[in-house]
Design a protein around this ligand. Structure first.
Ligand code: HEC
Ligand code: HEC
Length: 329
């Protein structure tokens, strides 16, 4: 009997050691996604579009500035994207890098193709995977060019960021191929002309501004989408930045009873965006979105009021410190 127990224990120890050895030798994978043939431009209108995206609908600056500057940038300050946001979660500690043209600590040495590949194929300049913080894979060629052109137009800021560090869970997800770089689901358009149509609104909501990423219910552990698109219900428990507040995203579909904006006319929708942040720690980048121009806000309204209504009652979307969230899903 004793012998058997020792054998079983011995077997378990060997398995655990084998798992650690396997993970530590195989997690550091390189991926070879194509580098899009897109070139940065010096044209001032193209640079202006990139800046508008980065400090408006695409909200790059919510993560690529130091954490003590985020509120200022949300409030309208324009500062170089010298990196800084850090998120410590079970798979690892993720750090948003310096995106100014500094040669040593920024993107100075990266080619346009490398930066375009990061956005479109979630592969970093060194071929490693970018964890899914940036769902911009289907952004148009012209908008990717605008962003790269803007990044290159910034002053070079020397700011050494520590690298992202994966923990055992993150490494295991890589080793077993559970996590792979996000790919475009459809062929990204060459360009999208900003207008007030639902088609352009869909491009904003699904690709540029990622409304769908927060306003769709997701599994809290895996991040997988489990609810109907834009029907809300995604729980955001209190975290290090929320000063004790928790949030549940409202239903944005046009269901007349349960859709948050179903009874709003276009004017009200636009005014709600212009007036910006109500809850200081809401994860929605309200300040950035308050700078979305009226053409694009009209497009968002046209799109959100055109999607399939989904009946999903979200009684409350803001929870004070200490208030309990209802059971998930
Ligand atoms: C939610 C936070 C967040 C937002 C928003 C965001 N980023 Fe990032 N970005 C990150 C993080 C975190 C990393 C590093 C991830 C990693 O190491 O796996 C990163 C990495 C990058 C890289 C990779 C650089 C390299 O090493 O190759 C580029 C380029 C980049 N971001 C550009 C952008 C642009 C352009 C935007 C806006 C269109 C943007 N990011 C919006 C968090 C963000
Ligand atoms: C990072 C997550 C996140 C993103 C991205 C996001 N939202 Fe939200 N949104 C929230 C949360 C959380 C709330 C509830 C708290 C609040 O009102 O700030 C909310 C609330 C709202 C409300 C209700 C506001 C009110 O006063 O009743 C509207 C409308 C809305 N979002 C629309 C959008 C649209 C349109 C987009 C894309 C352009 C978007 N959201 C992107 C998280 C997000």
């Amino acid at each position: 009997m004793k012998k058997l127990i020792f054998r079983i224990l011995g077997g378990i120890v060997i398995l655990i050691v084998a798992l650690f050895v396997f993970v530590s030798f195989t997690w550091d994978k390189k991926f070879d996604a194509p580098m899009p043939d897109l070139k940065a431009s010096k044209d001032s209108a193209i640079i202006a579009r990139g800046k508008y995206l980065a400090f408006g609908p695409a909200h790059c600056a919510t993560c690529h500035v130091s954490m003590d500057k985020i509120a200022e940038v949300d409030g309208g300050a324009i500062i170089p994207l010298s990196g800084g946001w850090e998120l410590d979660i079970p798979p690892g500690t993720f750090r948003a890098p310096n995106l100014t043209p500094d040669m040593e600590t920024g993107i100075g040495k990266f080619s346009d193709g490398q930066i375009a590949r990061a956005l479109r194929h979630a592969v970093k300049h060194d071929g490693s995977m970018l964890f899914p913080f940036m769902p911009f894979q289907e952004m148009s060629d012209d908008d990717v060019i605008a962003l790269i052109s803007f990044l290159r137009s910034q002053p070079a800021v020397k700011h050494e960021m520590k690298k992202t560090e994966l923990k055992f869970l993150g490494k295991a997800l890589m080793a077993f191929g559970v996590m792979k770089p996000d790919k475009p689901k459809t062929t990204p358009p060459k360009f999208m002309v900003p207008d007030t149509t639902a088609a352009y609104g869909s491009y904003l909501a699904n690709t540029v501004a990622n409304c769908v990423g927060c306003h769709t219910d997701r599994d809290l552990k895996t991040g997988k989408f489990i609810g109907k698109p834009l029907a809300g219900g995604f729980q955001m428990p209190a975290d290090a930045f929320s000063e004790g507040y928790s949030f549940i995203t409202p239903n944005l579909t046009p269901d007349i009873e349960t859709g948050r904006i179903a009874k709003w006319d276009r004017e009200q929708f636009i005014n709600r965006f212009h007036s910006g942040r109500v809850y200081k720690t809401s994860p929605m980048p309200w300040g950035f979105f308050s700078r979305i121009n009226d053409t694009e806000l009209k497009a968002l309204y046209a799109y959100l009021t055109s999607v399939q209504p989904v009946e999903k009652k979200i009684d409350k979307s803001v929870f004070l410190p200490g208030e309990k969230l209802p059971p998930a899903n």
